[in-house]
Design a protein around this ligand. Structure first.
Ligand code: ADP
Ligand code: MG
Length: 240
């Protein structure tokens, strides 16, 4: 579904990503862990070309993203993204937040978009919040709306960048639960998170990054119980 090939990313003189290679199969959940500044967000942002690639290539369903022939706006519709900061439109209701892109970008009819939105509100457990504005929602509810909004475009892949890091602890679980359900339903996902319980339970593969490189990748049991690389051991010993 996604193939990252020899990806390098510089910001000026700063080499932020150094030869990243990663494939994510359809239905697979890859969890990216690693210290702050190691390049996790930049990898996600490169996937839908929110960052210009310095070199290398990213393929989504075999289509090269960094290619003048590629309709990048069309490709971006295949990739849903959820950020730490929910980025909901404050002057729109939950329902309007969810129907906006489907009606404007995909040109769905209003009632069709609303039907999809109600289904998604149901999926994230917020049917009763359709007509409420973001300011009236808790952090966990906002993030669940943000997930529903991303899903409304029927993406092939979902990217999550620390979706629970800005939440009060009591709201982390409800968001992880929605993500776990999505994973169970077969969504292809790349998740940057510090929630190691989620990584272990839901992740098919864990990818440990440090200083712009993928240091080690493997199933959760390997990474958490038997890490092969010293830097992985060191990182985990600090956070577990
Ligand atoms: P992580 O998500 O793992 O914390 P990031 O991908 O956000 O790491 O950042 C990796 C490195 O790239 C950091 O050193 C960060 O300061 C730098 N960086 C990220 N975005 C930019 C940018 N737009 N301009 C310059 N440097 C950046
Ligand atoms: Mg980050």
């Amino acid at each position: 579904m996604i193939k990252i090939e020899n990806l390098y990313k510089n910001f000026g003189d700063l080499e932020v990503l150094k030869d990243i290679n990663l494939e994510i199969d359809a239905g697979e959940v890859v969890v990216i862990i690693g210290p702050s500044g190691s390049g996790k967000s930049t990898v996600l942002r490169c996937i839908n070309l929110l960052e210009e690639l310095t070199s290398g290539q990213i393929y989504i369903e075999e289509t090269p993203m960094d290619d003048p022939e590629t309709d990048i706006n069309l490709m971006r519709q295949k990739v849903g993204m959820v950020f730490q900061q929910f980025n909901l439109f404050p002057h729109k209701t939950s329902l309007e937040n969810i129907t906006l892109a489907p009606t404007k970008v995909k040109k769905l009819a209003e009632d069709e978009a609303e039907n999809i939105a109600y289904e998604l509100l149901d999926k994230v457990g917020l049917q009763d919040k359709a007509d409420v504005y973001p300011a009236q929602l808790s952090g966990g509810q906002k993030q669940r709306i943000a997930i529903a909004r991303a899903l409304a475009m029927e993406p092939k892949v979902m990217l999550f960048d620390e979706p629970t890091s800005a939440l009060d602890p009591e709201m982390v679980g409800e968001v992880l639960e929605v993500m776990g359900t999505l994973a169970q339903e077969g969504m292809t996902m790349a998740v940057v998170t510090h929630e190691m319980g989620f990584a272990r339970e839901v992740g098919d593969r864990i990818c440990f990054m440090d200083e712009g490189r993928i240091v080690e990748t493997g199933p959760p049991t390997q990474i958490f119980d038997n890490p092969q690389e010293e830097r992985t051991q060191e990182f985990l010993s600090k956070i577990l």
